[in-house]
Design a protein around this ligand. Sequence first.
Ligand SMILES: NC(=O)c1ccc[n+]([C@@H]2O[C@H](COP(=O)([O-])OP(=O)(O)OC[C@H]3O[C@@H](n4cnc5c(N)ncnc54)[C@H](O)[C@@H]3O)[C@@H](O)[C@H]2O)c1
Ligand SMILES: [Zn+2]
Length: 375
Amino acid sequence: MYVIKVPLGVRSYTISIGGDLLPRLGHECKRLYFGPRCAVIADRNVAAHYGREAVQSLEASGFEPVLVTVPAGETAKSLKVVATCYDQLAAHRLERKSFVVALGGGVVGDLAGFVAATYLRGIDFVQIPTTLLAQVDSSVGGKVGVNIKAGKNLVGAFWQPRFVLCDLGTLETLPVREYRAGLAEIIKYGIIHDVELFRRLEQVMPKLLQRDPDTLSSVVARCCQIKAGVVGQDETESGLRAILNFGHTLGHAIEATCGYGKFLHGEAIAIGQVFAARLSAELLGFPQRDVERVATVFEKAGLPTRIKLNPGQREKMFEAMRHDKKVSEGVIKFVLVNKIGQVSFGQAVPLDLVEKVLTEPPARRSDEKSPQPGN
Ligand SMILES: NC(=O)c1ccc[n+]([C@@H]2O[C@H](COP(=O)([O-])OP(=O)(O)OC[C@H]3O[C@@H](n4cnc5c(N)ncnc54)[C@H](O)[C@@H]3O)[C@@H](O)[C@H]2O)c1
Ligand SMILES: [Zn+2]
């Protein structure tokens, strides 16, 4: 088992990463002297697989849990669902010393964390992330929140969990497309911070795709360690934390333009990261062969690296980017890569260049024999 510390002063906590951690939930909660009543919030899929095990572990340690189930999918991150959670917490008489267990992917982590941050002006919560994306990203760092009509994640708080248990065994039931989407965030950590991790991913991708426990645990632990380090230096995103958004400017525009659901977040940011690498080649002299390495590692993970847009969609996407809060006076701020393992945030990129790189055909890849017409 790996244990990573997130260093945030009095709000510090640990992330445990290993194979069979869910049964330890009750024991870990007991060590923190939480009050007896608690709520396990899970979506219907995750509740069906792991709800009972979580509840039993808590009961075995003397807690009185209620299982609150919410619909699966992004639509559950809404104020309406938050209100239904509050009602169930109140009906179960959760009080100041009570706590919430977020059992699920990033949707449930963000939602349940927000419920915990606001119910009775804030009660404790713990995270049991069950998607790869949640294990390496959303469960670390304390950003919680929900979506409103005007956009994603526009209502929220910084509310740190008391601990995180990454039970890698829960990934066994995760659909393969969701699993691959998580790999996009893992590759991101290599590009933004750790060339050794990147090199390793170039080698071990087949093993990772097989969910090999040893490879998975060491890679997940390294990613959590990187995110913990970044968050420890910039908890509330006033600077450095922005590097975690590598690939996300275009990624978010793709999600917004194509409608949430067509591309998973991980798929959209895979395309966004390859795009940011190409922009970096234009602006920072990032070597073309490294652009290709970046594209190849995403391909090995079974992720898309480009998006084909019809003219209407392209216009809609530029429109989405022009309205992005990071745009002013015809330039948009990107995280760009200097070399693999090192990025710079707040890089001003003219919208014209964004448009050019987005529409030009891909450079001929060194491993291709002849250019593909129309590609
Ligand atoms: N707070 C942050 O810092 C942060 C960072 C990144 C992303 N996010 C948020 O995370 C969300 C996306 O999270 P996600 O990709 O985990 O999606 P998700 O929570 O919707 O989970 C994806 C799907 O997998 C199912 N599932 C989850 N675990 C499973 C398991 N072990 N076995 C079988 N099925 C399982 C879920 O029911 C769901 O259908 C977005 O809302 C995004 O905004 C937050
Ligand atoms: Zn992301």
